[in-house]
Design a protein around this ligand. Sequence first.
Ligand code: NAD
Length: 499
Amino acid sequence: MQDLSHYVNGARVAGTSGRFADVFNPATGEVQARVPLASRAEVDDAIAKAAAAQPAWGATNPQRRARVMMRVVELLNRDMDKLAEALSREHGKTLPDAKGDIQRGLEVIEFCIGAPHLLKGEYTDGAGPGIDMYSMRQPLGVVAGITPFNFPAMIPLWKMGPALACGNAFILKPSERDPSVPLMLAEIFLEAGLPEGVLQVVNGDKEAVDAILENETVQAVGFVGSTPIAAYIYAKGCEHGKRVQCFGGAKNHMIVMPDADMDKAADALVGAGYGAAGERCMAISVAVPVGEETADRLVEKLVPRIEALKVGPYTAGDDVDYGPVVTAAAKANIEKLVQSGVDAGAELAVDGRDFKLQGYEDGFFVGPHLFDRVTPDMEIYRKEIFGPVLSTVRAGSYEEALKLAMDHEYGNGTAIFTRDGDAARDFASRVNVGMVGINVPIPVPLAYHTFGGWKKSGFGDLNQHGPDSFKFYTRTKTVTARWPSGIKEGGEFNFKAMD
Ligand code: NAD
């Protein structure tokens, strides 16, 4: 069994708190490593060292910082297979899916190569007689990211890329469930030329998170994870005067209109509902067919597709559609929610409860489930299940379907499948959800747009990656300069408009 570490000042360092968490191989159920859980003192030390390293990095010109990003892209491509294997071993997702996880992070690093352009300020020549005015975007100093288990490469890269490209030092507190890839990412940044101390990885749990939130040096915190923790971190971070953005849980609805191509809609639902065992914040967990006939046709097409899904370990290669869920606790929670759906009277059209995988009986595998005739009062509709469970809520009309998506407390992603441009346009315009797909089930924006949910799926006012991330990780300074001789005429005491 391996003992993992933290990553401080360019080296892996052992934990000293004496506290550890088990890291499982979810396919076998075995503990494969222990990750140290940092004490407050360890977190404070990593932050102090980052603060010492940041000024030189912040003063490095943006083009040189961009060159580090260029090299990171090269190294991520070089190490793609190694990273994907480590990722699948701890998370459980299939290798192609793990590569997608890395690729979607890598694309944000590609975007960050544009830092010199993105950091250009604004300039007004001749704002008044002899007066120029300009704004510059400066790094915040030391900033931090706290990330979830389900994208252990992509989400840390979404945060560290822009934060570092802007000239900040970055403290990453990754998920304690799959910490190996974040440590490997830190090594890649160092190899790419990032100075020691500018990127620190502290592993840990609530103690480490609280230490980050209460440390006065940390200027901004970006969080991704479940909604209760997002709300906690948002409130506590703001209370301590930090800039905070938190992204939370989801319950993404896909509306299927009567005119949709039903085969394409069913294929899309199966991929978006069961890929990564449903452990994606952009997974579709609710299908909303409009009209009884649409619902019957859709369910008829879904059932054989779902029954044919291949569930297994990532080591089985291409022969697997999705793997285990992350922990025994996650599996137990999904099973409890499935039972609550049955008890509440939803129809279990595909029943995965007896699923067993020979040779992997101790793995955290969950068979695929499809619920039909789910109603909004049921727990399986209100709660995020985060497993391979798709619920069908039958809507009588388009307006009813739209209202379902609008009334749900989460607002991360949503989709509509239709051939009707007017319905699609109306949906995109009116729905109160942050990311919308039109005949696209998982509308994750590309790196140069921004990612963020609404309602209980997002706290704060700027999104992740894209131009918003450069705003989040910098602050604006505006200079008004009269230069060189206007002051000779004597001081001005009135607060006045420019002549
Ligand atoms: P989680 O909330 O359990 O953990 C996220 C992070 O918070 C981890 O680093 C964890 O160590 C830390 N944490 C956990 N409990 C804490 C506590 N009591 N105090 C302080 N910190 C704590 O989430 P998870 O299970 O790792 O990830 C799954 C969740 O993340 C799902 O709800 C999913 O929808 C959400 N998610 C959202 C997005 C998005 O962009 N909206 C993206 C991915 C995942």
